[in-house]
Each structure stands twice: as C-alpha cells, then as structure tokens.
Design a binder for this molecule. Structure first.
Ligand SMILES: *Cc1c(COP(=O)(O)O)cnc(C)c1O
Length: 405
C-alpha cells in the first residue's frame, strides 16, 4: 500500500496542445508574407484576397449565401447584434451557461443581457426561455450552443417565431455540428463562429458571421471596416444593396487579414474529418466514464450530431468540500479538469454571477445547481483514443475515492 502512490496510473499530455497548422497552410501563409499583401483589400489586378476566398468557402460549407471573416468570435457576436438592429438599452436573451465573450458582446453592442436558465443537458431551459420572452419583451435571443450542446432547435425556433424574437446563434462550439441533419448555425437569422486556437479551426484569433439576409450582411461588412471596398467581398450581397447602408453604418474596424485566412483555408477541408476524430475520442471517454454510476453524463439526443471537442460530467454525490480535492487529485495525475461552479472565476470558467457589470440581480437557481457539480475537460486532437481510456480511468478512480456512500 505504501507504494500505491508510485503505481497510480498517470497521464502526461497537455490539455491545451493543438495540432500543427497543415503544411499547405504554412506554405500559403509564407507566400502571403513574401508578397507583403496582408491586408484583405490589398490586392493586385485580377487577384482575389485569401480573406475573400475563405469567406466564399465557409459560406459554401455552411450552405449560406453570405459570410464575413472577422477579428474574433466575440467581435462577430457584437456586430451581429448591431447589424440586426439592436438599439441601445434593449434586452437580449442569452443562456446563463456560456462564456464571458457572449454577455460581453451584448454589452459592447449596447444591449442588456437577460439570462435564461439551463437544463441538465447544459441546453437552454425552454420553459424559462418562454417565461423570459414574455417578461422581458426582448427582440433578440443570442443562443449559445455552449460546449456543443444543442437545444431542441425546433422548439427554440417555434418560440422565437411566436414572440417575434430574432435568433442569433453562437456556434463557437458547434462548427461542424447538426440538429436533425440541418447545420447548427442555419436555424437563426445570423450565426457566429470563432477560429480562436481552442475552437474547431485555429488561426490564433478570428471569427465568422454567416447569414442569408442581404441587408444584415451589408451592414456587417460595413461595421467590420470595409470602407467603400465592399465590392472586394465575394460572399456578400450585390453592391446595390449597399447604396444607403454604406453611408448609414459605422465602421467598427475588425477585419480578418490574409495571413489568418490562408491558415484557415488549409484547415477547412479537414474540418469534417476532424469532427469525426473528436467524436471518436469523446465516445471513448464517455464509454469509460459511464462505467462509474457516480458519474452523470449528459444525454445526447438522437437528433443531435454533436462535435465532441469537450466533455462535461457531474458528480452529484461529491460533497462540496471535496470538489477542490477532486480537481487537485485529478491534476496530480495529469488530468486537467475545469470546475464550472467556482464562486471565484478561474481561467475561462467564469460563472454568470461573476459578471458583476450586468448588475441585474437575476438569480438562476437551476443553472447554479447544475454548474456546482459540473466538471469539464477539453479533448484536443493531439490525444489518442487510448489516452481517453487512461483519462477516464483516472477520473473514475478519483471519483470513487471521494464519493461517500
Ligand atoms: C470562444 C467563444 C466565444 C468567442 O470567441 P473569441 O473568438 O474568443 O472571441 C464565444 N462564445 C463561446 C461559447 C466561446 O467559447
């Protein structure tokens, strides 16, 4: 027994290590640097910029008419609200379990976030959503498909139609995912994506906005800082649509450059295959954790084709005073868990009540209760299937160690 510490299974790969950029992307990025035309509107006669090519390719991928590549996912959310017509001081509904850039984007656009409870599967609570639609009178709902969990989109769309609410989707974690065979990001008026390093495409920083609405797209292009060069966008509406919009829309400078676009163009053809690789890893871990009856996994509906780039689980039987120990014990064996219930925000795990600037006194007991027992781990593609079994075993061991019967 003395040697048990020595023989404990450990894991030693970093949870934040992504795969390298594909060689084709590196080569193209070097070419962009060699020619010096990094700015998306800096093109020679007959040339289409990498950023414009990327927009057309991502619009095709999404099956949407229009796409804007921009500086970040949070930026895309911000200008989506502005382009959709949000007025200063207006309420914007959003689910309470999301990351800080979402309420931040609402705030940045002059809106007031109104938070909606989540359910046991980390999706927006539909009853509370309807209640908040009635109470707030909000004209916008920014749904965040947080950690890739997709709510019943038929029900969400029905509620939005019933209350005349414009749906904007935050697809930071659902790029490549579907609901009933329809791409996540095609249910609302606008969808926003992030290409920040920890998402499904990696350009360090970056984002996309997609829509089928010509006026919204024209406003988004102008907001992003196109000056009068909007004709250099291919996945954008006809220049005639810009006639008034070009004069009525402020420039909130947040373009994507050709260097990032070059890196992303090489990754896009690999996205679907990578989604399958994420799911292989996710399912191996899920299977391993499901053997421990003290671990509650979320239910993934048949209608949802998710991308398992992270996994959430709860341990309801774990006493609150043991949570820190559990996280530390896992960490000491190389498994990096995030606890979403911490009162003090750590890393990226901020809980809604730590966004003090919201100043809205909303109390969401259901969301708090769920987050208090929720743990989260990233699944980088640098992990192998075998690694997932090791990780699952370590978590399961440590749960059994601390759960009191
Ligand atoms: C990352 C993320 C964003 C914002 O993306 P950035 O590119 O970092 O601005 C928005 N929503 C969620 C849920 C995210 O995880």
């Amino acid at each position: 027994m003395i040697s048990s510490i020595m023989t404990k299974l450990t894991f030693n790969k970093p949870f934040t290590q992504q795969e390298p950029i594909p060689e084709a992307g590196i080569e193209r990025a070097v070419e962009v640097m060699r020619c010096g035309r990094l700015h998306r509107y800096n093109v020679v006669e007959g040339e289409t910029a990498e950023a414009a090519l990327l927009e057309s390719e991502f619009a095709d991928y999404m099956g949407q008419q229009y796409c804007l590549a921009c500086a970040s996912g949070g930026y895309a959310l911000h200008i989506a609200l502005k382009a959709a017509g949000l007025q200063a001081g207006e309420a914007v509904l959003t689910n309470a379990f999301t990351l800080a850039p979402v309420p931040g984007a609402i705030n940045n656009a002059g809106g007031v976030p109104v938070l909606v409870e989540i359910d046991q599967n980390y999706c927006v609570d539909l009853h509370h959503l309807e209640q908040m639609m009635q109470e707030s009178g909000a004209r916008f709902f920014m749904i965040s498909h947080m950690r890739g969990h997709i709510a019943d989109m038929d029900a969400v769309v029905t509620l939005c139609d019933k209350y005349n609410v414009t749906l904007i989707e935050d697809c930071a974690h659902t790029m490549g995912a579907f609901w009933k065979g329809q791409r996540s990001g095609t249910f609302g008026k606008i969808a926003c994506f992030s290409t920040q390093t920890y998402k499904h495409l990696n350009s360090g920083e970056g984002g996309f906005l997609t829509t089928d609405d010509a006026d919204i797209m024209a406003r988004a292009v102008m907001h992003s800082g196109s000056y009068m060069l909007f004709e250099r966008h291919d996945a954008a509406p006809d220049p005639s649509i810009f006639a008034d919009i070009k004069l009525d829309t402020p420039n909130y400078s947040g373009r994507m450059d050709n260097l990032r676009a070059a890196i992303l163009r090489a990754q896009l053809p690999l996205l679907d295959e990578n989604c399958r690789r994420w799911n292989d890893r996710y399912q191996a871990l899920e299977q391993s954790l499901s053997r421990n009856s003290d671990i509650q996994l979320s239910h993934r509906p048949e209608a949802e084709t998710y991308v398992g780039s992270s996994l959430q689980f709860r341990v309801e039987a774990l006493a609150e005073q043991n949570i820190e120990t559990f996280v530390q014990n896992c960490a000491s064996r190389g498994v990096e868990l995030k606890w979403f219930g911490g009162k003090q925000p750590h890393g990226f795990t901020s809980r809604y009540d730590s966004w003090r600037y919201l100043n809205n006194q909303q109390h969401l007991p259901k969301t708090l209760a769920i987050l208090t027992t929720t743990f989260d781990l990233r699944i980088p593609l640098t992990f192998e299937i075998e690694d997932m079994k090791v990780i699952g075993e370590i978590i399961s061991d440590e749960v059994s160690e601390l759960v009191t019967i």
